[in-house]
Design a protein around this ligand. Structure first.
Ligand SMILES: C[S@@+](CC[C@H](N)C(=O)[O-])C[C@H]1O[C@@H](n2cnc3c(N)ncnc32)[C@H](O)[C@@H]1O
Length: 277
């Protein structure tokens, strides 16, 4: 049964009939924490009851929170506790990878799970990855954990995320193959070393794309993430075409993929570029 139908059955008789329609249709799960992304204001006084019900019906959940917003560029979420144990830290496990995370500090998008899987499948033996927006290892750590000959360098400028990245590298016992680098990727991205560059951040600029290109040794992939209006999915192509003219690299657009619906107007896209120097 869908969550909303189930909640409507449980709440029947407990709240006004017109509020039944406003009950949430789903939540994200990070470790043992359920995250609601928006609970309708009209349900404010029933939030705790809602949270308690989720803990009752979902055996993996011990904490329920609401995420009100994220603040760029560090993407710190604004979290309000709804029910369960008074904590926001948890351990999330995905693709044999352990992520220690505080959901009040860091976001880990379940909508990017498919991309994490795709990378594990696509990266070949002995590759060297450069994750320019590493966060807590979201995209690159599962690849290193699942591919024993792959090496990664993950750059992160948010101290809180960086601390979790270091912790997670140790927790997954990949210290000899995953090297966290603290700082602004515009200054800290090493050059001429990578087979594949991950640019998993929507607001990257031209200087950062240039750093990504310089990180590639000889030839290799750049996975460039962006937000594009649903009626203009060609936007990354126009951007790359513009940049290509100013740079002395052969940049081929191999694919523009939809990762997820981001908002009513925008898609999260990933453009796969193959670069030859
Ligand atoms: C959206 S998160 C990464 C999410 C991850 N790639 C994924 O797909 O789940 C973006 C991360 O990039 C970091 N970041 C943003 N600008 C940066 C910069 N100039 N240098 C290093 N890290 C940066 C942020 O602190 C944040 O942790």
């Amino acid at each position: 049964m869908k969550l909303k139908d189930r909640l409507q059955t449980i709440f029947q008789g407990k709240i006004d009939t017109e509020l039944l329609e406003k009950l949430p249709a789903g939540y994200s799960v990070i470790g043992d924490i359920a995250i609601f992304h928006h609970v309708d204001e009209s349900l404010s006084k029933y939030k705790e009851l809602l949270g308690d019900i989720i803990i009752d019906i979902d055996s993996q959940i011990n904490v329920v929170v609401e995420q009100l917003n994220t603040v760029t560029p560090h993407r710190k979420p604004i979290i309000s506790h709804i029910a369960g144990e008074p904590r926001t830290s948890t351990v999330h496990r995905e693709y044999k990878t352990e992520f220690q995370i505080d959901v009040a500090e860091i976001t880990l998008s379940p909508g990017n799970k498919g991309e994490r899987k795709r990378l594990i499948q696509e990266v070949e033996d002995n590759e060297i990855l450069c994750d320019m927006f590493a966060c807590i290892g979201n995209l690159s750590l599962p690849v290193v954990v699942n591919k024993p000959t792959v090496i990664a360098y993950g750059i992160e400028w948010n101290q809180v995320a960086f601390n979790f990245l270091e912790t997670n590298v140790k927790a997954n016992k990949v210290e000899k193959r995953y090297y966290p680098i603290y700082g602004d990727n515009r200054k800290k991205t090493p050059v001429n070393f990578a087979t594949r560059v991950l640019m998993g951040y929507f607001d990257s600029d031209e200087e950062q794309l240039k750093c990504g290109l310089e990180a590639i040794k000889g030839e290799g992939w750049i996975h460039y993430h962006s937000l594009s209006p649903r009626d203009n999915l060609n936007q990354p192509k126009k951007y790359i075409d513009r940049i290509r003219k100013r740079l002395d690299y052969d940049i081929e657009i191999k694919n523009i993929r939809k990762i997820k619906k981001y908002s009513p107007k925008n898609y999260h896209l990933c453009t796969d570029l193959y670069v030859t120097k």
